[in-house]
Design a protein around this ligand. Structure first.
Ligand SMILES: [Cu+2]
Length: 124
């Protein structure tokens, strides 16, 4: 009995170690990166689709002047500087749905219509 128990524990430890090694080599823990470019008066892409519970890093940059990247419902807001430097916005969606993304820095006449959508799908 004891012997069988030890063998099972040993096998479990070996299996867990293999999983840890696999995750380290495949980068399974790293967030998925999505590049997002802002310019007067649009987001590219305009629809950002992510899966529920997925770790995502949005690399948000501006192609012209200062903009903002805001998802009010998810309490995300980042100022995106002029000059092309990317700002990382990380998220792990906890609910499915379609969330409005807005520019949160006044950038000119079309500012109020500068919008995009974050779509969180149930995924697998
Ligand atoms: Cu704006």
């Amino acid at each position: 009995m004891t012997r069988v128990g030890r063998t099972s524990v040993g096998a479990a430890v070996v299996l867990a170690s293999i999983i840890v090694i696999l995750r380290a080599t495949t980068g399974a823990d790293a967030p998925r990166t999505i590049d997002v470019t802002l310019s007067r008066y649009a987001f590219s892409p305009e629809r950002i689709e992510v899966r529920l519970g997925e770790r995502v890093r949005l690399n948000v940059m501006s192609a012209d002047r200062v903009h903002g990247f805001e998802v009010k419902e998810l309490e995300l807001n980042a100022r995106i500087p002029a000059g092309g430097r990317a700002v990382s916005v990380e998220l792990t969606p906890k609910e499915t749905g379609t969330f409005e993304i807005k520019c949160s820095e006044y950038c000119g006449a079309g500012h109020s219509r500068m919008k995009a959508w974050l779509i969180v799908t149930p995924g697998s």
